[in-house]
Write a new protein. Structure first.
Length: 222
């Protein structure tokens, strides 16, 4: 057997003792670096001995430390690469979604978020006109004109559009659904309708307007 030695060899220690200690350290090292079992580590060391490649103890201590540092570098690089790939994937997904949204707006295709749908259903069930529901869809979903028209045809196909014959209540709903309104703007609109019977419900109407404003605040599109 051929071994490489250092200055400790011969300082009161026999060659056989030193070689045995070196072999034991080598087996321990090879059992650790890749979680090799005892038998596999023994095979590795036996082959090193056979080929005259077994080194002294200090070499294995250094090799172990170098291996730890190498693994830390690899782990860090792997984490950085994973982060880079995720950022790239997220950017591609955002670009794809923006493209799909633009195409959907153009073609009038739409999907109403399940979280938003109960609010829309409540407006429909409350008797709101197509114009009011359409305003809510624009405010909450950011729908285009084509998407709003298709959604309204699916949700309330037989409901007439708000027009000149619409009630003051419908017109107020439509007014608030278009955009966020101040209390002063709502009060002015109510007074302009010229109906005492309608005006007496001003406190109730202002609360309804506040509800529309809350919808605008929650689902505002930037």
């Amino acid at each position: 057997m051929t071994t490489q030695t250092n200055g400790n060899k011969g300082n009161g220690d026999t060659s056989a003792h030193y070689d045995n200690a070196t072999i034991a350290n080598a087996r321990k090292y090879y059992a650790l670096i890749d979680d090799n079992g005892r038998d596999k580590a023994k095979t590795i060391v036996d082959n090193l001995i056979k080929n005259g490649q077994l080194k002294d103890s200090e070499s294995y201590v250094k090799a172990y430390r170098d291996e730890v540092a190498r693994r830390e570098r690899m782990t860090k690089r792997a984490a950085q690469e994973a982060e880079r790939k995720q950022a790239e994937k997220d950017a591609q997904e955002r670009a794809r979604k923006a493209q799909d949204d633009a195409q959907a707006k153009k073609e009038g295709k739409y999907t109403i978020d399940p979280v938003i749908m109960p609010v829309i259903a409540n407006l429909i069930n409350s008797g709101c006109t197509r114009a009011v529901v359409g305003g809510a869809l624009k405010a909450m979903c950011g729908f285009s004109k084509e998407q709003i028209e298709n959604a309204l045809n699916d949700l309330i196909p037989d409901r007439p559009k708000a027009g000149r014959g619409a009630s003051n209540d419908d017109r107020f709903n439509e007014f608030c659904a278009q955009e966020k309104r101040t209390e002063a703007e709502m009060t002015t609109f109510i007074l302009e309708q010229g109906s005492d019977n309608f005006t007496k419900f001003t406190p109730h109407l202002l609360k309804r307007g506040a509800f529309f404003n809350a919808i605008h605040d929650k689902y505002a599109r930037v």
